[in-house]
Design a protein around this ligand. Sequence first.
Ligand code: ZN
Length: 181
Amino acid sequence: MYTKESIERVANNLLIELAKVDNSFSNPPYITEENKFKLVELLGGKLEYIDSIEVDGVIIPSENDENENFIIQLPASIERTSHLRDIFTIAHEIGHLFIHMGYGSDEFRNQKNYNDAMMRFGNSEEENEANHFAGNFLMPRDKFENYWKEKNGSLGEMAEAFGVSKPAISTRAKFLGLIRW
Ligand SMILES: [Zn+2]
């Protein structure tokens, strides 16, 4: 059972570790069109776009390569995907990886069949947790609050700075108590 605080810590710690390896992870936007493949690679996995996928994203442990521990798959078809949606989905899948799949621990290899479907019903707890991770990873609290002051709460400028959609900014601002629900 994860609390909102513990999920925030997992996301913050991951950003700190990434920034040690690559300075571009010190500031937003944390996932971009340019760095998304590199990010997944730095984490020890592979990002790929495939046609035969009916959901927003899938994450599967990989068994065939020592240097490739997992694969994140996104839909290749243009109707199903958009840049900003992909960014959020990648962060969401990374959340499943660290929170639910035990990545980095011995338990990881035992979860070979974890197959995420974002739209799936009946598993909303884990979906909420992965979404909460994504919000924290893409829009960490401290940075978000600083930028919010700097940009006078402009949703457009915030969206630009963090590389996410305006609704994502708005939801995060409400969660952090910067604007009313
Ligand atoms: Zn999910």
